[in-house]
Design a protein around this ligand. Structure first.
Ligand SMILES: [Zn+2]
Ligand SMILES: [Zn+2]
Length: 222
């Protein structure tokens, strides 16, 4: 049974760690409608499907925060199984989605496929899950096409690998830029408010306030 987290009373979430990278595949649902989204199905699709069944929700879309293999390796397979569209990431990560098979091979991940999402996401776009609305923030730096899903109402964000509890995303992979990443965090995420809680791509979540005050990579951020 995946650990369940309540996001206010209107939404629920379950984290399903997948792949050898222990990536936080995340199921988020609207309590009123029990409609759900799967964020970053990186692999281990049977485990993701079991978690969906246990949570008793109806998934009607897949969201991708960025194009790295541990976040997208199971996306094409899950899209086929559930017959739902894939939304995201930003088109600047197309070069990664065009090379899923090649990057999977480097980590012994078989059965993965290159694919094109049904919808690329851009800054200012919106995504919905049942009655919940999420704003799309384009936050490059970890990868050029990284996006963050932000719910103003829930005071919650899913930040992928942009920001972590006590750290930030690595920037040594193709298209990465540390300066760009820090700017994304300081200019787009932190101004949303100290009270915003987040789930990230690996490890425990946190809040923007806690990271603003204690994250060594953000020292000096106001
Ligand atoms: Zn990544
Ligand atoms: Zn990752």
């Amino acid at each position: 049974m995946p650990a369940e987290t309540e996001i206010k009373a209107k939404a629920g979430a379950a984290i399903i760690p997948v792949t050898l990278f222990e990536q936080n595949c995340t199921l988020i649902w609207c309590e009123a409608t029990r409609k759900a989204v799967v964020i970053d199905p990186g692999g281990d699709v049977p485990r993701i499907r079991a978690a969906i069944q246990q949570s008793n929700v109806s998934v009607d879309k897949i969201w991708l925060t960025h194009g790295h293999i541990d976040h997208v390796g199971g996306a094409a397979e899950l899209r086929d199984a559930l017959k739902v569209p894939i939304e995201g990431p930003h088109v600047e990560d197309k070069f990664l989605l065009d090379n899923v098979v090649a990057s999977g091979a480097r980590f012994g991940m078989t059965g993965v496929r290159d694919f094109t999402p049904d919808r690329w996401l851009s800054e200012g776009d919106e995504g919905s899950v049942g009655q919940l609305t999420f704003e799309i923030l384009h936050c490059p730096g970890h990868s050029p096409g990284s996006v963050v899903f932000f719910s103003r109402e829930l005071r919650f964000a899913h930040v992928g690998d942009v920001l972590f509890n006590g750290s930030v995303g690595r920037t040594d992979l193709p298209g990465g830029s540390h300066d760009t990443l820090i700017r994304s965090i300081i200019e787009k995420l932190l101004p949303l408010g100290d009270d915003i809680g987040f789930i990230c791509g690996h490890g425990a979540g946190s809040s923007f306030g806690q990271e603003r005050k204690t994250n060594p990579f953000l020292a000096g951020a106001t």
